[in-house]
Design a protein around this ligand. Structure first.
Ligand SMILES: [Zn+2]
Length: 558
């Protein structure tokens, strides 16, 4: 007997066999049972989730010798012919290749004749959105007044491309991506029948890689059997398809959230050296962060999709980050992903994205990152600044300051900024908030209070903040000036994390939201002399910063 691929061999034969689409099969069963059938159906959904299978099952239900029935027998001529794709009464048309007006004209001619054997003549048009407009219009004429004995079943992955006039004449069903746990279960079902040993973790990795498509998962299992024989382990799956394990993605996230820069970068390097696909890993990381976001909002929402082990790590990681920060992180990585797509050196972009993420989480100071990265690369190009010992002593507790998570949404710097230059905030936003300002506010006093609240372990923020001259308040802007010699200080205060930290303090002190405005002013006298030697004056010349400035097309304001 010739080899049959799993997707075909295990194609669902009844409504109850359909995996993960109960909302569709239930409605269709009711329609058949109550004989309330529409003339045309449209099945919408991503590839490989069961659109064609559902269509064939519906066709069998209608034309089975015992039908119409919700449990087609599967053994009568009609059922067998439909399952085999050679029924004279079920005409399968591929919209992608039969889209000429001539084809549709033929269809219209053909429609007039009664079915050969079955009750109905059923037209099953796959990828219906690929039909040419002319073919669409010809089809529409038939759809408007279909003969009693005709049913249309359309399938499409892109419903927005289907003409509205066709859509309006169809009963539409949306088939969903299938939850990973259901796919894994189905793979185990196949494995059992085929006498294959499939590790549960392997089944889950396949399911995750298939991204909700059952057919893709089945094809992957086909390939794995060809490669590995009768025993399939998780590492087989990861190696054959270049996937990274969920555990690794979760570890990477954990290291970032705990501010463990060298460990996070180390893990990335390991994955890269093991030949893992960097784009895929980035996608997995974003997916994990997104899961984390969902988990924060509703822990049980992921029960069907996420392995219990991963749920445990999600639970642990939600403790480490606030929703606001998480949203920012997802944004940042999405931008990095877009950048990676066209970049020859994807690893470099990934590296920078991780460092930037950790930096923006406020868990590692810039000099610590530079020092550690220099160590890691072992090229000695990045010598640690003098104050590294202060910053490296201990990462701060995860950012969960009161007020930080619950604070009113503040304008976000554009992704283009690395926090080197102070970006222009949206003007309307600033004006919006201006009306709440008390004109009596004394900016000097406020700033004094801010300086008093910066903890000693935040040496960089302290030093740079104390180099600032208060220029006053303008609407919602809190304006600080720096002497030209203190520009490096301004750059440090202007990083996203530091800026945010200071803005939070301003909020705590005044109860208002502020936007920090930093400028260099020729007329100002350098304030910062005592602490200057303890700061990286060569800040801009650090290779990493140079790289970052180049990468992000940022600009150092002079
Ligand atoms: Zn039958």
């Amino acid at each position: 007997m010739s080899y049959e691929v799993f997707a075909r061999k295990y194609r669902p034969q009844t409504f109850d066999d359909l995996v993960g689409q109960t909302h569709v099969s239930r409605t269709l069963k009711n329609a058949v049972a109550q004989n309330r059938l529409a003339h045309a159906y449209l099945f919408v959904g991503p590839r490989g989730v069961g659109k064609t299978s559902t269509a064939r099952i519906l066709a069998k239900s209608l034309n089975c010798i015992k039908g119409p029935t919700i449990t087609p027998c599967g053994v009568c001529d009609n059922c067998r012919e439909i399952a085999g794709g050679n029924s004279l009464d079920v005409i399968e048309i591929d919209g992608a290749s039969n889209n000429s007006v001539e084809d549709v004209r033929q269809l219209r001619e053909n429609v007039r004749y009664a079915p050969a054997k079955g009750r109905y003549k059923i037209y099953l048009i796959d990828e219906v959105h690929m039909l040419s407009p002319a073919a669409f219009n010809a089809l529409l004429k038939t759809l408007e007044e279909p003969p009693e004995h005709v049913k249309f079943i359309f399938a499409t992955t892109e419903p927005q491309k289907v003409l509205a006039t066709i859509l309006s004449r169809c009963q539409r069903f949306d088939l969903h991506r299938i939850p990973a746990n259901l796919i894994a279960e189905h793979l185990q079902f196949i494995a059992k029948k085929e006498k294959i040993t499939l590790e549960p973790a392997a089944a889950h990795s396949i399911a995750r890689g298939a991204e909700g498509g059952l057919r893709d998962a089945e094809s992957m299992l086909d390939q794995l059997v060809a490669f590995c024989g009768e025993k399939i382990t998780q590492s087989d799956v990861l190696n054959v398809f270049g996937f990274t394990s969920e555990q690794t993605v979760s570890d990477l996230t954990g290291r970032m959230l705990r501010g463990e820069t060298p460990e996070a970068i180390g893990l990335l390097h390991e994955q890269c050296e093991a030949g893992k696909d960097m784009m895929r890993l980035m996608g997995d990381l974003i997916a994990y962060l997104r899961d984390l976001l969902v988990f924060k909002a509703k822990p049980d929402a992921l029960n069907e999709d996420v392995h219990p082990e991963v749920q445990k790590s999600l639970a642990a990681h939600t403790e480490l980050i606030s929703t606001d920060r998480l949203l920012e992180l997802i944004d940042q990585f999405a931008v990095a992903e877009g950048r990676m797509k066209w970049a020859p050196n994807k690893k470099l972009h990934f590296e920078v994205a991780i460092i930037k993420a950790i930096q923006s989480l406020g868990q590692a100071t810039l000099d610590e990152v530079i020092a550690k990265l220099g160590e890691l690369r072992g090229d000695g190009s990045a010598s640690p600044p003098a104050s590294a010992h202060v910053a490296a002593s201990k990462p701060e507790a995860p950012r969960m300051r009161p007020g930080a998570a619950g604070a009113a949404p503040r304008p976000k710097p554009t992704p283009q900024t690395v926090g080197v230059a102070a970006p222009g905030y949206s003007k309307t936003h600033v004006e919006d908030k201006a009306r709440m300002v008390d004109p009596e506010l004394d900016s000097e006093k406020i700033w004094h209070a801010v300086l008093g609240k910066i903890p000693p372990q935040k040496a960089f923020v302290r030093n740079s903040a104390s180099a600032a001259h208060v220029l006053g308040i303008d609407g919602r802007n809190f304006k600080l000036g720096f002497a030209p010699g203190d520009k490096a200080m301004m750059d440090i205060l202007g990083t996203q994390a530091n800026r945010k930290f200071v803005e939070t303090l301003l909020h705590e002190i005044t109860g208002n939201d502020w936007v920090l405005k930093l400028t260099v002013n020729e007329e100002l006298v350098p304030k910062h002399t005592a602490a200057a030697d303890d700061s990286p004056n060569n800040f801009k010349n650090e290779p990493l910063i140079k790289e970052a400035i180049e990468l992000f097309n940022a600009r150092v304001r002079t």
